[in-house]
Design a binder for this molecule. Structure first.
Ligand code: NAD
Length: 236
């Protein structure tokens, strides 16, 4: 490993997976696959109707299993030839991993896993993935396993390691996020004053309250990310 490599941190959101056929959230009027977030993505919803919430995430899992990484995901892998690349994703899908990225930190959980409702450190793979989490699949305390997803209103345990990665970055690439969900949206403010920050999103230019340093690139991940990667490979 060349210790002099520049560090790139990628902050990715739902938009990078849009061209893989996985719907974003805010592009569909604040509904997620026709569900209201309050009904499927909060601790209250899980307590009220675990079958609905678990069923919703089983559907998301089935969709993710059918999806394939797109050129936005795969271009980021190429960067590892010349840079130390860390991916911090809001996404719960595994398309960065399947594309071949080596270092992926999930801020909002991982759809391939289930978690105890009693012990948050008891996280297990869903096996077989195709079946999803079954009702009656109990943890060692006898309680129903839940999806390993950070619901709205819950703490984001990986935010501190993510902020540390951003602090150390020479270059920050923000890709496909509406920058509406906090604390993830605040991560860019941890960047060093001399770090370069790029924001790739079809709506990048209309984003409000961005740090002045941010260079906005209005485009889709599938084309704008490979373009950005070509440029960074030349500069390395
Ligand atoms: P968001 O839905 O709030 O915003 C999506 C962003 O993607 C928008 O800014 C939109 O302009 C952009 N976009 C749309 N098509 C694009 C493309 N082809 N290329 C690049 N950008 C494109 O997403 P968010 O900011 O990530 O927040 C949504 C929350 O919902 C997250 O917390 C995430 O965990 C969850 N979510 C995850 C997935 C997933 O895992 N793939 C999908 C939907 C929602």
């Amino acid at each position: 490993m060349n210790e002099n490599r520049k560090k790139i941190v990628v902050l990715s959101g739902a938009g990078i997976s849009a061209e893989s056929g996985i719907q974003t959230f805010r592009d569909s009027d604040g509904l997620w696959e026709n569900y209201r977030v309050e009904d499927v993505c909060t601790p209250e919803a899980l307590a009220r109707d675990p079958e609905l919430v678990i069923g919703f995430y089983n559907q998301r899992l089935a969709q993710v299993l059918k999806a394939k990484p797109n050129p936005g995901h795969t271009a980021l892998v190429e960067l590892e030839q010349k840079y130390d690349v860390r991916i911090v994703t809001q996404n719960i899908d595994d398309l960065h991993e399947r594309a071949g990225s080596s270092n992926v930190l999930h801020l909002h959980g991982d759809i391939r896993k289930k978690r105890s409702q009693v012990d948050p450190d008891d996280i297990e793979d869903i096996i077989p993935l195709e079946k999803g989490i079954q009702m009656g699949d109990l943890d060692r305390y006898g309680k129903q396993f839940r999806p390993h997803i950070v619901f709205f209103g819950e703490a984001v345990p990986n935010i501190e390691p993510a902020a540390k990665l951003v602090e150390e970055a020479d270059i920050v690439l923000i890709i496909g996020t509406s920058l509406n969900v906090y604390p993830a949206a605040g991560l860019m403010y941890y960047a060093r004053p001399d770090a370069k920050i790029y924001y790739i999103d079809p709506k990048a230019e209309s984003a409000k309250g961005l740090d002045k340093r941010v260079v906005c690139i209005a485009g889709k991940a599938g084309t704008a990310v490979p373009e950005m990667v070509r440029q960074l490979m030349e500069e390395a």
